[in-house]
Design a protein around this ligand. Structure first.
Ligand code: ARG
Length: 460
């Protein structure tokens, strides 16, 4: 047990208490951030005349060596220390002696851990953003190449109207675009530096908080020292954004699973992204999509866990807040893995264009267009709706689609039908006529592709 406190205690901590209290097993993930923050802190202390140049140089050198030694495996982080902050400080003092004892001047572990966590989340917001952009690019490619790949669109999982694969993928493009923008938003809000807040009431040293903030790439210092140490909103916002990403991935996975089923066969997942069965030799399962769908729960769990942890904490720092780490680290890893695997699966998936097109032709997806055809010939829409409803019934009885009926058969239902009906309800016409921005018509889709290309180009 190597701890940073003990002076006012007459008895040592029970081992069980020590273990329960310690966070080193998981907060060692913050080593880089802890060292980066400590370097900025001592550079500022020297500028303010609180440390000598020599002391500052010794500390920075010691901290850099600790980081390198851990990287190289020469120094191992063990549970002998309470947390990563204690580990770094104790090692520093071992290395450089008394100067090391001055590093923590004008700082508390409360603002230290608040800083470390913010730096960590800030980096991960960018990492997840990059993963989302990779997925957006894959979606864009599929959209661009499938402007005339017809497929049924669904409501209530029933074939509804024809659309294109480009349009369907475009829906996901918009979802993940919002996810990307949400992350940018969170970044802006969290990019303020809590260092200098001390335990919660600032310090009596003449710290230059603007300077440390700028050294660490923040917009500026946070403006209330009590809030600085007690705030984990940015963790909650990030977990919320991650949950939304998972919700989108999960819906998408659900569709891939349905499309990959024997009944649909709209897609074939690449062998490299499928798995087999130990007993049924014919099986090729969509496990990746199922796991992505399944892992959504643990990311939501992290969000609810953090919301619950924070809801009853009086200001300012309380140890409950140490619970922010494990769930958040797990959620971040889960989302990054899911984005990467899902993108790999999607970029190698084979779309069975003919099956999709046939399916669109079979499910009366052109019934709305057939009604619109009658409307254009002067039939009021409500009557047209009724006529086509009866027509669909006849088709079901005869086992035919609308376009498979002869003109005579059509005329039996309504004399308004002429031979131009066939062209009016072909899949191509049905889609091409949908021209308003956001609709599946290829010309409308081309406009959207242009806007989204600009969006992607502006990201770099
Ligand atoms: N391990 C602690 C955490 O993660 C560090 C802060 C400790 N501060 C304190 N006052 N005990 O929150």
């Amino acid at each position: 047990m190597a701890q940073l406190w003990g002076g006012r205690f007459t008895k040592s901590t029970e081992q069980k208490v020590y273990d329960f209290n310690a966070s080193i097993l998981f907060d060692q993930k913050l080593l880089e951030q802890d060292i980066e923050g400590s370097i900025a802190h001592v550079v500022m202390l020297e500028k303010e005349g609180i440390l000598t140049l020599e002391e500052k140089d010794l500390i920075v050198k010691g901290l850099t060596e600790i980081r390198d030694d851990v990287h190289d495996g020469k120094l191992v982080i063990t549970s002998e220390y309470e947390d990563v902050h204690s580990f770094v400080e104790a090692n520093l003092i071992d290395r450089i002696g008394d100067a090391g004892k001055k590093m923590h001047t004008g700082r508390s572990r409360n603002d230290q851990v608040a800083l470390d966590m913010r730096l960590y989340i800030r980096g991960e917001v960018l990492n997840v953003s990059n993963d989302v952009v990779i997925l957006l690019k894959t979606l864009y490619d599929i959209m661009e190449n499938n402007l005339e790949t017809y497929m049924p669109g669904f409501t209530h999982l029933q074939k509804a109207q024809p659309t294109t694969l480009s349009h369907h993928m475009g829906a996901y493009f918009e979802m993940f675009k919002r996810d990307y923008l949400r992350l940018q938003d969170i970044f802006k809000r969290l990019n303020y530096c809590p260092l200098g807040a001390g335990a919660f009431a600032g310090t009596t040293y003449p710290l230059d908080r603007n300077y440390t903030a700028s050294l660490l790439g923040f917009e500026g210092p946070t403006l209330n020292s009590m809030d600085s140490v007690a705030d984990r909103d940015y963790v909650i916002e990030f977990l919320s954004a991650l949950s939304t990403i998972m919700m989108h991935l999960s819906r998408f996975s659900e569709e891939i699973i349905i499309w990959n089923s024997n009944e649909y066969r709209f897609v074939e997942i690449d062998d490299g992204f499928s798995t087999g069965s130990s007993i049924m030799p014919q099986k090729k399962n969509p496990d990746i999509a199922e796991l992505v769908r399944g892992k959504t729960g643990r990311v939501y769990g992290a969000l609810v866990s953090m919301l619950t942890t924070m809801k009853g904490i009086p200001l300012a720092y309380n140890k409950d807040m140490q619970e922010d780490k494990e769930v958040t680290f797990d959620a971040i890893k889960t989302v990054k893995d899911c984005l990467e695997l899902f993108e790999g699966m999607l970029s190698t998936i084979r779309f069975n264009n003919q099956v999709m097109e046939k399916s669109a032709m079979k499910g009366f997806t052109n019934a709305t267009d057939a009604a619109d055809y009658l409307v254009n010939k002067g039939v009021p829409f409500r009557d047209a709706h009724g006529i086509i409803g009866r027509l669909v019934l006849v088709c079901i009885e005869k086992g035919k689609s609308i376009d498979e009926l002869s003109l005579d058969e059509l005329k039996e239902i309504s004399p308004v039908f002429e031979s131009d009906i066939y062209d009016a309800i072909s899949l191509k016409t049905c889609v091409e006529k949908r021209l308003t921005i956001g609709a599946p018509g290829p010309s409308a889709m081309r406009e959207v592709l242009k806007i989204n290309k600009e969006f992607l180009d502006n990201i770099k």
